[in-house]
Write a protein that binds this ligand. Structure first.
Ligand SMILES: CCCCCCCCCCCCCCCC(=O)OC[C@@H](O)COP(=O)(O)O
Length: 241
């Protein structure tokens, strides 16, 4: 897996100089679309390489099929691992992530995320405004309602933000369930500890919430939904293949 981390670093660092320049010289609309397409392509290549060289297996059929529709909507997912955003963004065209502000200053991710106009979650009102703006422009907004990797499997308390944004923008919320064969790169997993191989990552498509009546209660609603549809245990060996 050291090879996998190396590949991620290489892909991100190769894109960073281009993102730094193109993010400034291109008009905003072109920059963000090219930036999002580059991230998607880069991460698709990364997943392919992880599957070939690092013993990873990705079962992403359901999310890929869903991504082909290219509808503006809010996508919410549980957040077991640092892998999650990479996996989702590789399958969803025109994806915009709501992310921790600190990551925007990260050497590997910052320039690419800024060019793609990813949205930071440090102040709620600007975040909601930017998110609605991107949805009206046709984006697929990716939010991890737990706000951080899962502390208490299968899911930690969720915020209502995704529901509030979707209701105000007049778009649905689609739930996705991420399951892994181990808690690799989860909250309690030391960075240096390798996973047991093969490492399987599966994303299932869950409920679509079309009209959210009480957006302020969406945090509790989505938490209960995930709790009901996710197992606290990692994917078992029967499900892995
Ligand atoms: C092809 C070149 C790629 C260039 C870089 C592109 C930048 C992509 C940035 C993806 C960042 C997505 C962030 C997802 C949401 C988020 O911010 O989750 C936080 C967690 O995960 C880690 O938080 P924590 O568990 O608290 O450590």
């Amino acid at each position: 897996m050291a090879l996998g981390v190396g590949l991620l670093t290489l892909i991100c660092l190769s894109w960073t100089p281009f993102a730094m320049i193109l993010g400034v010289v291109l008009p905003e609309s072109r920059a963000k679309h090219i930036g999002r397409a580059a991230i998607r392509t880069g991460f698709r290549i990364l997943l392919r390489l992880l599957a070939i060289f690092c013993g990873c297996r990705f079962d992403l059929q359901e999310v890929k099929e869903f991504g082909r529709r290219r509808e503006p909507m809010v996508v919410v997912a549980n957040h077991p691992s640092l892998f999650d955003a990479i996996v989702l963004v590789s399958c969803l065209p025109n994806a915009v992530c709501v992310m921790k502000a600190g990551l925007m200053h990260n050497l590997l991710l910052g320039a690419g995320a800024r060019m793609a106009r990813y949205i930071v979650n440090d102040s709620p009102l600007p975040m909601i405004r930017s998110a609605i703006h991107e949805l009206r422009d046709g984006a697929c907004l990716v939010i991890f309602p737990e706000g951080t990797r899962t502390n208490t499997p299968p899911v930690s308390p969720c915020s209502a933000t995704a529901g509030v944004i979707a209701a105000r923008a007049g778009v649905p919320v689609q739930a996705l369930m991420i399951e892994m064969s181990s808690n690799y790169l989860g909250k309690q997993w030391p960075m240096w500890r390798p996973p047991r191989l093969p490492l399987t990552v599966r994303v299932r498509r869950g409920q679509r919430f079309d009209a959210i009546q009480q957006p302020q209660h969406f945090g509790r609603e989505i938490e209960l939904y995930f709790r009901e549809h996710l197992s606290a245990a990692p994917l078992n060996s029967a499900q892995r293949n």
